[in-house]
Write a protein that binds this ligand. Structure first.
Ligand code: HEC
Length: 181
């Protein structure tokens, strides 16, 4: 191998993963958009039909269903948070460290809407995108819940920590994984 082809093969070896990573990022973002859009639509519909108390069942039952439906192909998608409502959404070690870094990046001035992180390890691509708290979220995750809603949530989620949020806070993150081969 001469010097030039040596350099070339190193360059190619570096470029291929970079191109692959960009493609995986784009795919992951697409998955998140589809999931988020359907979830928000279901939430708005649920509120319209029977108010926020009715919409609790959208988050409670439909969110995992929609997540399942969007875990199409090789992608798996879920939601997680530092302050959980449902303990089943508990972050694993990597998710926990990313959620913590999102809080630091937010404090340093990055908007919650653009925070993402990814890694490739053990033949798997993982991706996370922060979920900002919007006005719609406050009825069920804010500081001033109605008494009825509070009672209903207390019944379903006795260990609920996902209250007291304000607009612009990071409510949690979408977390995706896809095997690479
Ligand atoms: C009608 C009430 C309601 C509204 C409005 C609502 N949520 Fe939730 N949220 C819930 C419930 C109930 C759960 C628990 C779902 C489950 O059991 O997996 C939940 C869970 C979550 C989780 C998963 C992590 C956890 O804490 O278990 C995230 C992330 C989340 N909500 C974000 C949002 C965001 C962002 C908005 C606004 C766009 C929003 N929610 C609006 C009721 C609501």
């Amino acid at each position: 191998m001469n010097k030039f082809s040596g350099i070339l093969s190193v360059a190619v070896a570096l470029m291929v993963p970079a191109a692959l990573a960009a493609e995986l990022h784009a795919e992951a973002k697409q998955q998140v958009m589809g999931f988020a859009k359907e979830l928000k639509g279901a939430l708005q519909q649920g509120v319209k039909e029977g108010g926020f108390e009715n919409a609790i069942s959208v988050c409670n039952v439909k969110a995992p269903e929609i997540a399942q439906a969007h875990s199409a192909g090789d992608w798996q998608i879920r939601r997680t948070s530092l302050k959980l409502r449902n303990p089943e959404n508990k972050p694993d070690d990597w998710e926990l460290s990313v959620l913590q870094s999102f809080e630091e990046r937010l404090a340093a001035g990055e908007p919650a809407t653009t925070l993402v992180a990814s890694k490739q390890e053990n033949g798997e691509f993982r991706f996370m995108k922060a979920i900002p708290t919007g006005k719609l979220c406050l009825s069920c995750h804010g500081a001033n819940l109605t008494q009825n809603l509070e009672q209903k949530l207390d019944g379903l989620y006795p260990q609920d920590q996902a209250r007291g949020y304000s607009v612009g806070d990071i409510r949690g993150a979408f977390s995706l994984r896809k095997p690479l081969n």
